[in-house]
Design a protein around this ligand. Structure first.
Ligand SMILES: *[C@@H]1O[C@H](CO)[C@@H](O)[C@H](O)[C@H]1NC(C)=O
Ligand SMILES: CC(=O)N[C@H]1CO[C@H](CO)[C@@H](O)[C@@H]1O
Length: 323
């Protein structure tokens, strides 16, 4: 009898485990596939800088004309000006900030990125938010960092009542754990990815694939594979009609589960935003300590155009999948 019970118990346990995994494997279907010129029609170029950077964001027409935005059949590039000294009285160095027309809630974003900005004074970011409802609608920073950082920093920013346990099933390491923008001077709840996931360090590996999965019931997970990693899931590497995040993808770099955060009330539908700012409240005060020189961040940006020849995002594809 005892042995029968044990056998029965094990069978139930195995069945439950299988059922749990099966439930987690949700399939998402391709909704938008931004490649090359389709960025021009799918995004708007915002000229206003809400973050206090030393930057002059251009409108699309001006940026195209200066070739600071470039789109072909299969490439999309946005870059900072790297030939001119910043004129007296200008808002800062010419750059780009693009915002998707469409918004997405539960979704999987696949960013196939060849090259990203990185270096002294630079503050690039790839993120999602509802710009008309901040912080009420939440913010998800997928790629962000400053200066010569080589670990990507991912974070969530919310209203109060959303936090993360410091121990999470992720490859990266957690930093601040309160997502509330009023805690920790808006650091948000954070995970630092492993090394080689940001800036020049990442470019040296041929860029790679960033994947963000967002679900009101399961929270947010972020994955990264560099371009030559043999474990990039085929559905991520090659344009595919659907993706199914699953255990075989391995442990995510960053995990933001729902245990202490109700995602449906803290996150609205989000636009996708890519920007490249300079200096500002995060990078300026850390300019000297990062070994970028003894002067001021803004002067470095103004008088050293040549230092920004690598300050560009080059995107092969951005695919958006929804349930
Ligand atoms: C414009 O920028 C693209 C991408 O950076 C580059 O390949 C191309 O040569 C540039 N065109 C000109 C005319 O400089
Ligand atoms: C100027 C600008 O848009 N800066 C934003 C760039 O991205 C980060 C995302 O973390 C925002 O916090 C900045 O406001």
């Amino acid at each position: 009898m005892v042995s029968i019970r044990l056998t029965f118990g094990n069978a139930v346990a195995v069945a439950l485990l299988y059922a749990t995994r099966h439930v987690q494997a949700q399939t998402y279907h391709l909704r938008d596939n931004f490649v090359g010129r389709s960025f021009l029609s799918g995004f708007s170029w915002e000229t206003y800088d809400p973050s206090g950077g030393y930057v002059n964001y251009l409108d699309q027409a001006t940026s195209l004309q200066k070739n600071l935005t470039y789109a072909s059949e299969d490439k999309f590039v946005i870059r900072a000006d790297s030939t001119n000294v910043v004129p007296q009285g200008a808002r800062g160095r010419d750059s780009n900030r693009i915002v998707s027309h469409k918004t997405y809630a539960d979704s999987v974003l696949v960013l196939d990125m060849q090259h990203m900005p990185g270096g002294c004074a630079q503050w690039p970011a790839f993120w999602t938010a509802d710009p008309n409802n901040w912080p009420g609608g939440g913010e998800v920073d997928i790629i962000e960092g400053i200066h010569m950082q080589s670990n990507n920093l991912a974070s969530l920013h919310t209203t109060e009542g959303c936090s993360m346990s410091p121990q999470r099933a992720q490859q990266g390491s957690s930093g601040d754990n309160n997502c509330d923008v009023k805690a920790n001077e808006d650091a948000g709840c954070q995970t630092s990815f492993t090394d080689g996931t940001f800036g020049e360090a990442l470019n040296g590996r041929g860029g790679g694939y960033f994947v963000m999965t967002r679900s009101a019931s399961r929270g947010i997970a972020m994955y990264f594979w560099n371009r030559y990693d043999s474990n990039v899931p085929p559905e991520v590497k090659y344009s595919s009609d659907s993706v199914t995040p699953k255990d075989s993808w391995g442990e995510p770099q960053a995990l933001f589960p729902t245990d202490n955060c109700d995602f449906s009330s803290h996150f609205a539908s989000h636009n996708i935003i890519m920007n490249l700012s300079f200096c500002g409240p995060w990078a300026s005060p850390r300019f000297n300590s990062w070994g970028c020189g003894s002067g001021k961040c803004e002067d470095y940006v103004a008088y050293n155009p040549g230092a920004f020849s690598d300050a560009y995002w080059e995107v092969n594809a951005l695919r958006v999948y929804t349930p």
